[in-house]
Design a protein around this ligand. Sequence first.
Ligand code: NAD
Length: 464
Amino acid sequence: MEDYSKNTYFSTFKRLKDNQFKVGNTTYKERITKLNALKRALDITYKNKLREALYADFKKPYIETDITELYLVIKEIKYAKANLKAWTKKQQVDTPITLFGTSSWVKYEPKGVCLIIAPWNYPINLTFGPLVSAIAAGNTVILKPSEMTPNTSKVMADIVKDVFNEDEVVLVEGEVETSKELLKLPFNHIFFTGSPQVGKIVMNAAAKHLTSVTLELGGKSPTIVDKSANIKESIKKIVWGKHLNNGQTCIAPDYALVHESILQEFIKVYKAQVLNYYTEDASTSNSYSRVVNERHYNRLINHIENAKNQGATIELGGSCNAKDNYIEPTLITNLKEESSLMQDEIFGPILPIKTYKTIDEAVAYVNSKEKPLALYIYSNNKKNTNYIINNTRAGSTCINSNAIQYSNHYLPFGGSNNSGIGKAHGFFGFQEFSNMRSVLKRHVKGPVYLLLPPYNNFKQKLTD
Ligand code: NAD
């Protein structure tokens, strides 16, 4: 056994490890009591503090905090509460004839001590959402939120101290180094949400202990708009999905693939919709948040500058204010394929448009890149829609809308390969934090007895 005693977080880890069976053996009702306490904190006690903290972190409008953070975690809690009794029950399975005389079931047992590492873009939802699944499944947990939303992390730390015992759930604040130190410990499961680059670091660290991982990653989510789409309705959703949280959403439409015959109409309606949602000057709109920090602001401005230098056309926006990390809703066409906007995940309020002539061309373009976390299709042509779904791969797809697939907890949420491994939400989240333990019990002698050595005297074995 490796000596972890010098690790900064070893004593915390050990406390959680020593307590794992006590927590693991809690009844579903006791787990619901914990979930209720968390729900009360989010819904009542700390609601305003969380809204204020996220506003201080990147001017996130209160209403967006309510809808995209608090509501989603509370919904996850309600769903787990309603189903936990059934999920934690032993799941009887069939018995093949060759195992006559036995019965079998699956027991969802907790994995043990889990680490949840969260990003900054939806800090409450992506820290507490997985926590709901981990608690429902009976684990002890260390939470490590992002250092980039410090105001929110601080309030979340207070909530954890308030709601949980320190041998059940602990929140550790800190920078990347904190994360690296935690990753050295032999957790039983790691649930990581963040970039594919860091996902690889997490998976590497987990491999050392053969720790199972859930990796909720990102990438470039395409939005295909074909000739049959209702442009006005489609754009209402695309503009919302792109600019919600200032484009800093893992499942935001990253780029649009638009049929060449509707490009001009697309641009015209997009401009009108931006005006409609955020007024002439989005910096004065109370529905428009900011880029999270200077580093990301500079990264996005560089994308725009590079595109301009390569001859791209800024159809809308492009203005900015470094003091406030503000970038106007921006629409760009005529991009070179090698431009950084077409290569990197954008994660900001910029939508590049690429045109296509045939559905095959659009599909080939999507398939030339890593498998996306989400793929959106705006179309009223069933044949095109099915063709796109059957000939591409993605974590999820939304037809004639975007982002809202995330809020259906009956659907698994996650990516595929570069966009992620494993699934979250509802029962899928519970499953991710559980080990499916197979149990078989023998009741009476069955035919298996006949197979014991010596391989003769079958009659006698049956009467023994
Ligand atoms: P990130 O990968 O930079 O950071 C995520 C977490 O990892 C943070 O807590 C950070 O402290 C930690 N971290 C950073 N570098 C590390 C390292 N070298 N070693 C160990 N830990 C490290 O991601 P981010 O910038 O916070 O978030 C944006 C990314 O997350 C985007 O790619 C986005 O698509 C993705 N994302 C995915 C989902 C999803 O559900 N699939 C949701 C939100 C965001």
